[in-house]
Design a protein around this ligand. Structure first.
Ligand SMILES: [Ca+2]
Length: 326
């Protein structure tokens, strides 16, 4: 009898010990294969199921490289299946690395947009897009002072009318952002994008601790269903390897009120933008020596002419007054 009790206690404690692990598994039950990219990438033949490639992208057995550490490269990776899930989380394991210690660029963008497979100037993809861009910007294009350091992670929502301004690193159209050092690590680096109940939360796991750290959270973000996930990267004068190791998409729970809602025709929008900083033009470069000299010459000549005219006018007046006297 006693041994039976001990046995039951042991089974119960074993179950209790296991339950947090089971709970952990359950939260990740809804992985959507058609929006996921994991090793081994290749299916039958050379193609990767559910994903298309553009530009400099190459697929190896360990990573999908969007750009190599070489100048003027551009590559992208696009999901072939549109996303009809309303609440989702996308976790991307990536690696941005290169030889550059202080100079590297340009960065990586993760997309949930209407337009897939379109090349363009926004980290290798289309400007004036419809949807969401999460931008991992490694290079500061702005000459003047920023209110943040690089590398920098930011979010942009576009309804097709906004231009991503590289000269200002997109700061005038960003929803929110955070500084994050995500380059040149030996351990795995991850970013999580949660879009749930019209709230966007971006978190990172960059320190190899297997823990998410919130980068930013923005409420009242409207995104329709039916858009495509993608990733793109570009290099210019500066370069980096931009590698995607894995993309995992999880379907998140719906509220009861959300179950019947048709979101396919919504226009992307965000209630709050970060208070836009004034778009201050960069200071004009100081006048060159020759320009300054010529300018001074002109001023001097004008002064001399004015003085001469003044003297002539004065003499004429004197003459006239003399004539009147006689
Ligand atoms: Ca930049």
């Amino acid at each position: 009898m006693l041994t039976d009790n001990i046995l039951i206690t042991r089974i119960v404690s074993l179950f209790l010990f296991c339950s947090p692990i089971l709970a952990e598994w359950n939260t990740r039950d809804y992985i959507r294969r058609e929006h996921t990219l994991t090793k081994p990438y290749q299916g039958t033949g050379m193609s990767v199921p559910y994903w298309d490639f553009l530009g400099s992208t190459i697929v190896t057995s360990n990573y999908v490289r969007l750009t190599p550490d070489l100048q003027s490269k551009s590559g992208a990776l696009w999901n072939t299946a549109a996303c009809y899930t309303r609440n989702w989380e996308v976790q991307v394991q990536f690696k941005i690395h290169g030889r550059g210690k202080d100079l590297f660029g340009d960065g990586l963008a993760l997309w949930y947009v209407k337009e897939r497979m379109q090349t363009g100037p926004v980290f290798g993809s289309k400007d004036y897009f419809h949807g969401l861009a999460i931008i991992l910007d490694t290079y500061s294009n702005h000459n003047g002072a920023h209110n943040h350091q690089h590398p920098y992670i930011s979010a942009m929502i576009n309804n097709g009318s906004l231009h991503y301004d590289h000269d200002r690193d997109g700061t005038h159209t960003q929803l929110s952002g955070c500084e994050a050092k995500f380059r040149n690590y030996n351990h795995d680096t991850h970013i999580s994008i949660v879009y749930k109940d019209d709230t966007l939360i971006v978190s990172t796991d960059l320190e190899g601790k297997n823990a998410w750290k919130e980068c930013f959270k923005v409420e009242n973000v409207v995104l329709p269903t039916g858009y495509f996930f993608g990733a793109s990267a570009t290099t210019g004068d500066l370069s980096d390897n931009h590698d995607i190791i894995a993309i995992k998409m999880y379907e998140l729970d719906l509220l009861d009120t959300q179950k019947q809602e048709d979101r396919s025709h919504l226009i992307p929008s965000a209630a709050s933008f970060e208070a836009p900083r004034e778009r201050v033009e960069d200071a004009k470069p100081a006048m060159s020596g020759i320009k300054t000299f010529l300018w001074m010459m002109c001023v001097a000549i004008v002064c001399i002419i004015l003085v001469v005219l003044g003297i002539m006018w004065y003499q004429k007046r004197q003459e006239q007054s003399r004539k009147r006297l006689y």
